[in-house]
Design a protein around this ligand. Structure first.
Ligand SMILES: [Zn+2]
Length: 198
């Protein structure tokens, strides 16, 4: 992170910490300079305008919040200031480093994938490890011309979910070591997912 970008983030933290309740964000203010304010992940921050520049939004801290690229891509672009924080409050991280894994599971359920064979925490670990593997190695993000931004197409996502839920799919052959590493990482970091099972 450059010194310049750290400066605007600090200004945002200073400005917003006395104006909004941190329980409505995905971060605590003590870590708000290094985590995305919505998903709570330690990712490179993008300058998200609360009211878009095209609608007259300013470059002042009162109109900025740091979001990761993925959250920035999902954030509302409207003229009403409150909408940004209402949107974050409705769907932000409860714990650090869990938001996107939870989303992956919810996506699987809403895509109608039969998760009946996922019965234990170990199955969840296997599923997420394969989901992450495919995301890193086997798909391409779409650069949208209509709406702008980089995104995962729905059809791509449904392919990932289908593949990831078939633990022994051909596509994973020869990558056992890499998948084991991902499983170990997820097993360690995602203990909270145990509550989703049973
Ligand atoms: Zn984020």
């Amino acid at each position: 992170m450059s010194k310049k970008s750290q400066h605007w983030i600090k200004e945002c933290v200073n400005y917003w910490s006395s104006r909004i309740y941190e329980g409505d964000l995905g971060v605590d203010f003590s870590e708000a300079h290094e985590r995305c304010w919505r998903c709570g992940y330690k990712r490179k921050a993008q300058k998200c305008h609360i009211v878009p520049k095209s609608l007259g939004g300013s470059e002042k801290p009162s109109n900025l919040i740091p979001l990761c690229a993925q959250c920035h891509d999902e954030a509302p672009d409207v003229s009403e200031v409150n909408e940004m924080f209402d949107w974050i409050k409705k769907d932000c991280a409860t714990f650090y480093d869990t938001f996107w894994e939870d989303r992956a599971l919810m996506d699987a359920i809403s895509n109608g994938v039969d998760l009946n064979h996922i019965k234990s925490f170990e199955d969840v670990v296997k599923y997420f490890a394969r989901y992450c593997f495919l995301l890193e190695n086997n798909i391409s993000y779409h650069v949208s011309q209509g709406t702008g931004g980089i995104r995962l197409k729905t059809s791509t996502k449904s392919w990932i979910i289908r593949k990831a839920s078939n633990f022994d799919d051909e596509i994973f052959k020869g990558n056992g070591e890499k998948i084991k590493e991902l499983e170990a990482k997820i097993r360690k970091e995602q203990k909270h997912l145990k509550c989703l099972i049973n």
